[in-house]
Design a protein around this ligand. Structure first.
Ligand code: FES
Length: 114
């Protein structure tokens, strides 16, 4: 095992966007059936279009974030501790613009107190 915290910080990492794409074979709602993959792709596209994908921001498909809904996907943004549910692809531009600014210039920073 290697502890790589300093490496990640030196690479300029600032934000993690977690997009739930969890699937489950049950009667309960899951993000895989509520646009999970489309939201994941929309997040990547928005960041790519602004030249920050896989540089300062890492986007991760994740399992259940505990905000399951049949209406849309769950998204969490860390380290700012922001949580969304019911996200559909059309919401992604405004969600990310609100978090990171129109040109993704407001990366990093702790906004947990806002
Ligand atoms: S299945 Fe996505 S938050 Fe639970």
């Amino acid at each position: 095992m290697q502890e790589r915290t300093d490496d990640v910080h030196e690479n300029g990492f600032s934000d993690h966007v977690l997009v739930c794409t969890n699937d489950r074979d049950s009667e309960y709602a899951c993000c895989a059936e509520a646009h999970g993959s489309e939201v994941y792709e929309a997040v990547k596209s928005w960041l790519r279009d602004r030249g920050v994908f896989w540089s300062r921001v890492h986007v991760v498909e994740t399992g259940c974030l505990g905000l399951c809904s049949a209406e849309g996907t769950a998204v969490a943004i860390h380290p700012r501790n922001r949580w969304y549910s019911d996200v559909v692809p059309a919401d992604v531009p405004s969600l990310l613009e609100n978090e990171f600014g129109p040109n993704a210039t407001q990366l990093g920073g702790d906004t947990t107190t806002r």
